[in-house]
Design a protein around this ligand. Structure first.
Ligand code: ADP
Length: 340
């Protein structure tokens, strides 16, 4: 686990929780992929015992691009099942759905009033999203990072486990919180990112980060045949043409992923470099390791989804646990801003 070296812990206002709180949000957009797990969810799991941990399925965020109510509802439950199957224990952490605590939308509006629009227009992800959905450049895309800042600030979280792709958003959250604190007095901690050993996992194309929107994912909770197909399609070292050519394991994404599955990474590296093993061999090994590693999670995921009422109860309990925290923050914020 690493924290962002460019960010420094800040002075703790007296209204802050005594035990540092961590918060992270994840969109309910389909089954999680290997990048989500290695880049973020593994840290969610690791941190749930060390901190007061709060994890949120951010369905308000998803509304910027998911417009089918049934799909959104189904995917929200699927994400809850996936997070629990991958290791979140609702007894040791809080898992809730963003729209079950609508205080966050009020805080988002209040944060809008301290956020210069130029900061949002310059956000790289805003430019990307506009390009990805030119027919639907809704205002939610622009204000997305403000809602994210509100998500983190509502429970006064000081640590945020995320993948590196989220670093610009977190920096913006820090700036928004700083702007609020400067105008209305020290209220919120400036959140710090927490990264795993794999802050950027490349996709099956070996070029871009693994992402649902690009479609270059390895779906860890899918049926083994789907995983097999996705891993076997991975682009490896493009300069290695023949099986007998020495490979470049440092640029081969398949070799790099072996770091996280099994203890023989160095052997695999050496085998590729000395051309003892071919790309297909290392892919086959990786497939079997990924399938075996996630088999218990896959079974639990199916079991959880078979009982949606139980899942719903876990999420309701999470939202209730957050209620006093959210209400206390909003009372303080309204008072500081001169509302009521
Ligand atoms: P996606 O980009 O596939 O839509 P999300 O935006 O839902 O994924 O990301 C959920 C969490 O997983 C975030 O903390 C994000 O930083 C992390 N994450 C997503 N993709 C990767 C990746 N390829 N490598 C590392 N972390 C990632």
């Amino acid at each position: 686990m690493t924290t962002d070296a460019t960010t420094k812990p800040t002075v703790r206002p007296s209204s802050l929780p005594v035990k540092p709180r961590i918060y992270s949000g994840i969109q309910p957009t389909g089954r999680p992929h290997l990048g989500n797990d290695l880049g973020a969810i593994r840290n969610y799991v690791a941190l749930q015992d060390r901190y007061e941990a709060i994890y949120c399925i951010v369905d308000y965020h998803a509304l910027t691009h998911v417009h089918d109510p049934e799909v959104l509802r189904r995917q929200t439950l699927e994400m809850a099942a996936a997070l629990i199957a991958l290791g979140l224990d609702p007894k040791r952490c809080t898992v809730f759905v963003q729209s079950d605590r609508p205080e966050v939308t009020e805080l988002c509006w209040l944060f809008n009033t301290v956020t210069p629009v130029g900061w949002l227009q310059r956000t790289p992800t805003y430019k990307e999203k506009r390009a990805n959905q030119p027919e639907d450049v809704n205002h939610g895309l622009l204000t997305y990072p403000v809602l994210q800042a509100a998500d983190i600030a509502l429970p006064k979280a000081s640590l945020v486990p995320i993948g590196k792709d989220q670093a610009p958003h977190l920096e913006l959250s820090r700036e928004i919180v700083r702007a609020f604190n400067a105008r209305y007095g020290e209220t919120f901690p400036e959140p710090q990112a927490v990264y795993t050993e794999a802050p950027v996992v490349l996709g099956t194309d070996g070029q871009r980060k693994m992402s649902k929107s690009i479609g270059n994912t390895i779906e860890i909770l899918a049926e083994p045949d789907v995983i097999r197909k996705q891993v076997m399609s991975m682009v490896t070292d493009t300069q290695r043409i023949l099986r007998t050519d020495p490979g470049r394991p440092q640029v081969c994404n398949v070799c790099q992923l072996h770091r996280h599955f099994g203890k023989d990474y160095e052997e695999i590296w050496d085998g590729e470099r000395a051309a003892r093993t071919g790309c297909v061999d290392t892919k086959k090994l990786l497939v079997e390791r990924i399938i075996a590693h996630y088999a218990p999670a896959r079974a639990m995921y199916s079991e959880l989804l078979a009982d949606p009422a139980h899942l719903r109860a876990i999420l309701n309990e999470g939202a209730e646990r957050i209620r006093p925290i959210a209400e206390a923050t909003m009372t303080e914020v309204r008072e500081r801003m001169g509302l009521r």
